[in-house]
Design a binder for this molecule. Sequence first.
Ligand code: NOJ
Length: 557
Amino acid sequence: MTQELTSPSPAPQAPGSGRGPGWWRDAVIYQVYVRSFADSDGDGIGDLRGVRERLPHLKDLGVDAVWLTPFYASPQADGGYDVADYRAVDPLFGTLQDADDLLRTAHDLGLRVIVDIVPNHTSDRHPWFTDPELARQRYLFRPGKGENGELPPNDWESIFGGPAWTRTDRGDWYLHLFAPQQPDLNWENPEVHAEFEAILRFWLDLGVDGFRVDVAHGMIKAPGLPDIGHGAQAQLIGSQVLPFFDQDGVHAIHRAWRRLLDGYGDGSGRQVIGVAEAWAPTPERLALYVRPDELHQAFNFQFLNAPWQADALRTVIEASLAATASVGAPTTWVLSNHDVVRHTTRLGGSLARARAASLLMLALPGSAYLYQGEELGLPEVTDLPDEVRQDPAFFRGGRATGAAGPGTDTEAAPDGVAAASGQDGFRDGCRVPLPWSGEAPPYGFGPGGSWLPQPADWAPLTVAAQTGDPASTLELYRAALELRRRLPGLGDGPMSWAPAPDGVLAFTRPGVLCTVNTLGHDVELPAPGTPLLSSAPVTVQDSAARLPGDSCTWWAI
Ligand code: NOJ
C-alpha cells in the first residue's frame, strides 16, 4: 500500500442540509451497485473508475452520500457478497488505488462514501476456509445426523433454496445460510471479532464514511442450533425470530462496532456510521439495532413492503416513526435495492405510482436510500434469458415469493432474495446496467457491452435523454432533492397528519404539506397551499385542487 493510501481524504464538512447533529439523520444516500453503474474498461462490468467518472451525476442529482456494494476480491458466487479478501479490490472492479481515488473525488465533490461489510459469511475461497484447521474454528462445522452422519445437522434451509448445510469430503457439515460458497462464520470465536474490527479500521483509515452491514441480524445463532420443525423457513424471516436470525446476541457485536466507529470521530467533524441490513419481525425489534450505542441506521423494509394503499402506508409510516423515536434514532426510507423488484414494476407496473411513492418517501422525516436507476424510473427487466442469469438463487430454486399485498404485484423477500416479480422472482432483473446516453445498448454504460442485456427500448430513459426535460423522472428527483436541501422543514424533524379523504394521505412538515393520492382517479380537495412540486400535473382553480390519480404533491403552506 502506498503512503498516499494511508492518509484518508477528508470527508465533506457539511454535506446535505447540515441540519442537526449527525449528517446521516436526514441524508439521501444513493446505492451504487458497482457491477452495473458504469464500466470504464470495456469488459461489460461496472468498476470503481466508472463510478468515479460518473460521480458528477450524483452531485447534480443532489444526494449526500453514496453506498458502494461489495467490490472486494471475490469469486463472485453471489455478486461479491462472497468475499475472499476483505482488504483487496477485485481486479474486475479495479485496484485499491482506484478505491482511494474514488474516495478523494467523492469527498472533493462533497459526497460521503459508505462501503458494504459482509460479516455473516465469507467466500469458501477465503484463506480461513481453505485451511481445514482454521476453518473448523472459525466457521460452523457440525457432525451430520443419521447412522453415518449422512443427514444435515439440523433442518435449516438456505435462503437461496435447499439445505443450509453442505457436507465436506472430510465427512462433517458446514452451515451456509446463503449459497454453499458462502460459509457462515463462527462469531463465538474472538478471532473473528478481532479480524472484522481490523477490517473496519482498514477502510476507515482509507477514509470511508461508514459501513452498510450485510445480514446484520445473522451473525449469532441460537445455542445448540435447534431445529425449526417445519419447512418454508424463508417465508418466516421477518415475521418471527428464528434460531439463525435476529438473535439477541447480535447486539453485542453492534455495540462493539459502534464504539469503534465513534473512535473515528476526530474532532474535525468526521462522523462515520453503521447501517444495518437487518430483517426483524417488528419495527420495535428493528429499532433495537439503532439504539444510541448500536448502529446509526437500519433499513426500513416494512416501508418497502407496504402496498400502495393510503391506510397501509399510513400504518407503516406511523409504526416506523414510533419505533425509531423510542430509541432516538432517525427513520430510514427505501423503495428499491439490488435484492428486490424495482418499485416502478412492483407498484403495479406504474411509473406514475413509482414517482408518487418516491416523492412521498422524500417528504418523510429522516433519511432516504435511493437505488441506482430509480431516478430514471427504470422498470424491472422481465425477459432475461436463462443463460445470462447470475443470481445464485435462480440456480438453487430459492425463495422467490411472498404473499402479495393488495395494490402490489409482489412483496419483497427477506434478506437477499427478490420476491415474486415481473419475471420469476430472482434478482438479475433489477441489476441490469444503467443507461447513460445514446440510442442503443450499452447506452453509454461503457466502451464494451453490458454483463446483462439492456432492453432495446431504453433510449428515452437514459440520463442524457431525461436531462433538461421537466417532465422526466430524473428532473423530478433533482427538483425534490434540491427542495429538501433548501427547505429546512424537510429532512429530519416533526411531521403531523392532516385531514384527507379516503385513499389520500396528507401530512405537514414545517412549511410544507404533502398530499398523496393513492387512488387511480382524480380527487378534488380544498387547495392546501401553493404547489411546490408534483409527481403529476396538479391543477388549482378557485381554491380547489385537483390531485391526479397516483400522484404526490408538495405544497408550500
Ligand atoms: C443481502 C445482500 O443485499 C444480498 O445481495 C446478498 O445475497 C445477501 N445479503 C447475502 O450476503
